[in-house]
Design a protein around this ligand. Structure first.
Ligand code: HEC
Ligand code: HEC
Length: 329
């Protein structure tokens, strides 16, 4: 906590009010940003898969079964030369509750739409350590109770000891963030279905109106399912959102919000303990803005974000996230 307030003081920010908004019951305007992956009762069953069949991905010598690729305690590392040697807590975790971080965040720390785990590559050690502590203590929650992603982190972080946290934080902080989302403005998007805890393109050529939402799908479902850390994602965002987001992020749009660069760095690259936003999952960004606005994410450092999000509408959040995701990390 001291780090962030010293940091705020160094930026010349006046005393930040520590009063956080009371958590409100979430009426569900941003429901889509909190994916719940229950299969609708009338949905057709997915085609049967041979769980024992050895699978491969391009440019890797590894071959694993689909079952193995789903293990949280023996995560396949398809491209070990892409990153420094991954410690045990990243690939294997510790039974029974500390799941290997790469299971959801991938060995290169870029994240996946499986459960919507965000990229962690290039976040600072101080920031990651703080977030783990706050998932653990429960002050970082989700505004949408039924979304299981935040609860998953609470579950994973509770049994983590100091060494687990330090090793994981140092590992992710040392990784280089890379472009991972192809951000496409479009009024219509492919129809999606739910499989393996993510949205994927349906097997038809039908489309639907996007409206004020963001839809993220894997570029290649099978590679993502296998946790291939070289296969990224498409994020569909509303027409005009990137430009509108740029105005909000860079000027605050006539006092609607605070320009972000002061704290998040030039072009949203992050500074000191404040997280980078450039090139990260736009749905994740919307979810955090809303969680902070609703008071569900109420960590020690969230206080600095409270005035930033106070007046943002649903559309503003989508626009900001579209712009942030479109920036080169
Ligand atoms: C089963 C999936 C899963 C596993 C395993 C997992 N995470 Fe996460 N993690 C998530 C999801 C989902 C979120 C986003 C939660 C939200 O939106 O509130 C997240 C968020 C985070 C964040 C917050 C990022 C930010 O920008 O604030 C950190 C830090 C983090 N995880 C660290 C870890 C570490 C370290 C491990 C390994 C010990 C780990 N996670 C294992 C799914 C997972
Ligand atoms: C006064 C400093 C400050 C300003 C200005 C600011 N932020 Fe932040 N932001 C922070 C801090 C500190 C955090 C970490 C909050 C926490 O730990 O809960 C944060 C967290 C976030 C997060 C969550 C990131 C993650 O990885 O979970 C998002 C999204 C975000 N800010 C977006 C923005 C946007 C967009 C703007 C401009 C419109 C902005 N912020 C302006 C300080 C600031």
């Amino acid at each position: 906590m001291r780090t962030i307030f010293a940091f705020a003081a160094a930026l010349g920010l006046s005393a930040v009010s520590l009063t956080l908004p009371q958590a409100k019951a979430a009426d569900a305007p941003l429901r889509w940003a909190y994916p719940i992956y229950a299969r609708p009762a009338n949905a057709p069953m997915p085609p049967p898969v041979n769980e024992a069949e050895l699978k491969r991905v391009p440019n890797s010598t590894l071959a694993v079964t689909l079952e193995r690729s789903r293990s949280a305690f023996n995560v396949p590392d398809w491209h070990p030369d892409d990153h420094p040697p991954a410690p045990d807590v990243i690939l294997r975790g510790r039974r029974s509750d500390v799941e290997g971080c790469a299971h959801c965040h991938l060995p290169n720390g870029l994240g996946t739409t499986i459960l919507q785990a965000p990229g962690l590559a290039g976040l600072s050690v101080a920031y990651i350590t703080q977030q783990i502590a706050e998932f653990k203590s429960g002050v970082r929650k989700s505004a949408m109770e039924k979304y299981s992603g935040t609860g998953t982190m609470t579950f994973v972080s509770r049994p983590m000891n100091e060494d687990d946290t330090r090793i994981a934080a140092e590992y992710f902080a040392a990784l280089k963030p890379k472009p991972w989302f192809r951000v496409v403005e479009s009024a219509r998007v492919p129809t999606t279905r739910t499989e393996d805890l993510m949205s994927v393109k349906a097997d038809t050529d039908t489309t639907e109106a996007l409206g004020t939402r963001i839809i993220e799908v894997p570029e290649d479902f099978e590679r993502t399912q296998l946790r291939d850390s070289r296969s990224g994602f498409v994020a569909y965002v509303p027409p005009g959102s990137i430009k509108r987001g740029e105005v909000l992020v860079t000027t605050g749009r006539k006092g609607t919000t605070t320009p972000c660069a002061t704290c998040h760095g030039a072009d949203l690259q992050g500074i000191g303990p404040v997280p980078l936003l450039a090139g990260r999952s736009p749905t994740y960004i919307v979810r955090q803005l809303y969680d902070i606005q609703q008071g569900a994410r109420a960590g020690a450092w969230s206080a600095l974000m409270v005035p930033v999000v106070a007046k943002l509408t649903e559309t503003d959040m989508v626009d900001i996230a579209a712009y942030a995701a479109s920036r080169m990390p």
